[in-house]
Design a protein around this ligand. Structure first.
Ligand code: NAD
Ligand code: DAU
Length: 334
């Protein structure tokens, strides 16, 4: 199988590429990534010399770059991970979110039509459904995005669905819960808190810390996307979640325990504007139709993730002392 993976140098995409190469001897992968602040070649150092893997630096909105890759021929699928992904950054500066989500995804969809690519997999998020105060959202729930990030992702998803209905472009879409695991950029809750605690810093809990998220290990997500890619029905949407939901303050306390710190390391800071209170996915469809089950419990996954960050200071320390510093000052005024 020959795949074009976009945004493969980020957190979720790099874990997918590693999983594909480890699991499918016959797979060939081209990774098209713009290398924004979040794209990091170090996320894939261990596979960069694999003859089945090729990296191309470029923007998914750049038709010439996309053409040059696909005119090589024979691609079986495009899996689109490329996006700006951090909600707080979308509040500070939404433009890049929209450009990639709308013009980037449009360029890819047109390329799917032009080169008759058999399958386009759009990786999306539970955040398009907005805050779910009770119950769960299934694949038919209406979109109610409430941040520039989730509005941009919803725009991509609507565009993808419109190509299916209008041109019968062969698409399939997924909405995943909050992911965690290795190579997670240390601006997001779990890696930020782990690395801050390792550095002897405080952890900034937004508002009252009672916002609820559903947690999915990135390796379980890679397994789910593998199934969607190979067996998912075209035109369909699949939610990918675990049902393991928890308020942020509980995760904070679990991390304090794992890193042998006490509650004096917590700093309650002002809340994120428009902060979604709760996400909750109904993921019965992917279990029922594709036989997917998460294999990593949140307790085990969190322990493994802490161990990974302890063993990979050489990965996250350069990030935190470089570009990240500027963002952190703007976000927290520190
Ligand atoms: P990330 O920010 O770590 O990585 C995004 C990658 O996309 C980076 O390598 C970046 O360089 C690349 N990129 C951005 N704009 C690009 C462009 N115009 N052209 C080419 N490459 C570009 O994000 P992530 O957490 O790995 O998320 C990947 C995808 O998964 C996103 O679409 C996100 O919406 C979705 N998702 C993430 C989560 C999560 O919890 N992390 C949950 C559900 C869905
Ligand atoms: O739900 C899926 C989404 O999960 C993905 O689509 C996004 O790309 C991904 O970034 C993530 O979004 P969140 O906003 O949920 O993740 P984040 O790690 O930024 O925040 C998780 C929760 O923790 C959220 O309620 C905000 C809170 N938080 C976050 C940070 C960074 C804090 O309390 N303090 C913090 O410093």
């Amino acid at each position: 199988m020959k795949l074009l993976v976009t945004g493969g140098s980020g957190f979720v995409g790099s874990n997918f590429i590693r999983y594909q190469l480890a699991t499918h001897p016959d797979v060939q992968i081209v990774n098209l990534d713009k290398l924004t602040y979040a794209g990091n070649p170090a996320n894939l150092f261990d596979v960069e010399n694999d003859s089945r893997y090729r990296f191309v630096k470029g923007d998914i909105a750049d038709e010439a770059v996309v053409d040059a890759i696909l005119s090589d021929g024979d691609f079986d699928a495009i899996i689109n991970y490329a996006a700006e992904s951090h909600v707080d950054r979308s509040i500070l500066d939404p433009k890049a979110f929209l450009t990639t989500a709308v013009f980037g995804v449009h360029t890819l969809l047109e390329a799917v039509r032009k080169y008759q690519i058999p399958r386009f997999v759009q990786i999306s998020t539970d955040e398009v459904f907005g805050a779910i105060m009770e119950g769960e959202t299934d694949e038919f729930a209406a979109f109610e995005p409430r941040s520039p990030y989730s509005a941009a992702k919803a725009a991509s998803d609507h565009l993808v669905a419109s190509y299916w209905h209008t041109y019968q472009t062969p698409v399939v879409m997924t909405h995943a819960a909050n992911m965690y695991g290795p190579y997670h950029y240390p601006e997001k809750l779990i890696p930020l808190f782990i690395t801050n605690l390792m550095e002897g810093k405080k952890v900034p809990v937004y508002g009252d810390g009672m916002q609820i998220r559903e947690w999915l290990h990135t390796e379980d997500h890679a397994r789910a996307i593998d199934l969607v890619l190979r067996q998912g029905m075209l035109g369909q949407v699949y939610n990918i979640g675990t049902g393991e939901r928890m308020p942020n303050i509980e995760i904070t306390k679990l991390l304090l325990g794992l890193l042998e710190k006490d509650e004096s390391s917590i700093e309650y800071v002002k809340d994120r504007p428009g902060h979604d209170r709760r996400y909750a996915l109904n993921s019965q469809k992917i279990r029922r139709e594709l036989g997917w089950e998460p294999q990593i419990s949140f307790t085990n996954g969190l322990e493994q993730t802490v161990a990974w960050y302890k063993q990979h200071e050489d990965w996250w320390k350069p990030i935190k002392s470089g570009e990240f510093e500027k963002y952190y000052k703007q976000q927290y005024g520190l």
